[in-house]
Design a protein around this ligand. Sequence first.
Ligand SMILES: Cc1cc2nc3c(=O)[nH]c(=O)nc-3n(C[C@H](O)[C@H](O)[C@H](O)COP(=O)(O)OP(=O)(O)OC[C@H]3O[C@@H](n4cnc5c(N)ncnc54)[C@H](O)[C@@H]3O)c2cc1C
Length: 492
Amino acid sequence: ASFQSGSRSILLAVGGENKAVVDYAVDLNSKNFDSVLRDTPATHAIVEFFASWCPACRNYKPHYEKVARLFNGPDAVHPGIVLMTRVDCALKINNKLCDKFSVSHYPMLFWGPPSKFASQGMEPKEEKSEIRMIDDGRTAEHLVSWINKHLGSSYGLDDEKFENEHLHSNTSDPGQIARAVYDVEEATAFAIEIILEHKMIKQHTRVSLIKFLQLLVVHHPSKRCRKGSAEVLVNFDDLCPPDMWSPDKQEVVSDGKGMLGNFQICGKEVPRGYWMFCRGSKNDTRGFSCGLWVLLHSLSVRIEDGESQFAFRAVCDFIHNFFICEDCRRHFYQMCSSVTVPFNTSRDFALWLWSTHNKVNKRLMKEKASLGTGDPKFPKVIWPPKQLCSLCYLSHNRRENGTSQIDWDMNEVYKFLTGYYGKTLTSLYKEKGHLGDEVTDGAIVDLVASTNAVVVPVGAALAIALASCAFGALACCWRSQQKTRKPRRSWN
Ligand SMILES: Cc1cc2nc3c(=O)[nH]c(=O)nc-3n(C[C@H](O)[C@H](O)[C@H](O)COP(=O)(O)OP(=O)(O)OC[C@H]3O[C@@H](n4cnc5c(N)ncnc54)[C@H](O)[C@@H]3O)c2cc1C
């Protein structure tokens, strides 16, 4: 099979009806090699160079596939860790590629960070090269134990999906949040799917969606989601016409999801169908609700002071109108409604969201039966625990009745939140300058140029203006306007 770039196409190719006959390892060639390896969320890759005429390679294939089953495809037991691929050096198209990697025998396996494969190629003899040959992968058992040795893991060929023993609690390793940037993309795409599936865009909820999209356009940690959100916003009236759920429209658009259903807000590779940081030990735990929290926190540490009240309203209204869990949104909205003084600083909003999330955690710690979203392997804690941020704790007294009283150092908590959901969250992300305004604005300026700025539909423009009062017709210009504008109370 030949694959287009990116893991979405990989998932499609290995999933579906032909699963029994389709390979798990991804076929690469000189055309898709760089893009697949650059775009994968996996932290490691194996490339097998083989030749289709080579009998040893044919014998080796079932071994390689047995390992690939663990890591590749939508039913992977351990997704997002190792992308397993192969290149057929017997194909003329791959001659240069195989030469670049100095392939001296078949099959020959290399290991390394995917992006390093995708860059200039390797210098295998250089000691510092992060790409290395796998010297003992001659059977599935050997290959898995080679991987385990290098990752410090204990994967086994018999591992089954879910009831997953190998998950580490994310409270113990602060670096794990870096993987959450992919979950934030997943959650964004997933949220739109749910909204459409449940026909939640109504006359009275449109403005709320527009406001939330405005927030995403400027502050989503993923550049492609920022770009996609801007495209949705600019074309809002076409993608979500006020009568989008009327029976005549339903005939025109596919699967009842309207035009927006054909649009992938974070690009064609998302949703991928699996979670990384938010992966639960069971099929139906964590996932989306975890990804949504992470998205909200990562927005809260990116906004500017003048946007804090707007962001607060946008988040509260979004959850109220579009979060499918009835009890969750009701509780959350109660907490929103209890805020009486408008937020003036992004710090205040980020800390409010943090403490609100902790109130939910506290409630769920007590409630024996949560709404089924809880995961026994990820017990609720008051967050961040000391292992993640000891400086956040001024004092921590445990009472006799089992409860505890924590005195937080709010400055340290805020510092921690901005580091954790700001820089660390995007540290694996492969786009340069994703936190930098230049890139953000650059992408948006490109978009404005390509969509001819004045085309914002009247309805959407009106809604945007209504939603934010101070915004111009284009959310895309929002950021530059805000920089020269003092915080406005009219956003309340
Ligand atoms: C707005 C909202 C309201 C919800 N209300 C309910 C409800 O009423 N009842 C219910 O059963 N479920 C509710 N849920 C789901 C529930 O909160 C969890 O999302 C779900 O149980 C999965 O938990 P988790 O272990 O993945 O961690 P989550 O609580 O989803 O948190 C995700 C990650 O955020 C980090 N984190 C944890 N606490 C904080 C904090 N205070 N500040 C910053 N980061 C933190 C941790 O790394 C954690 O792994 C709600 C979800 C959302 C988004």
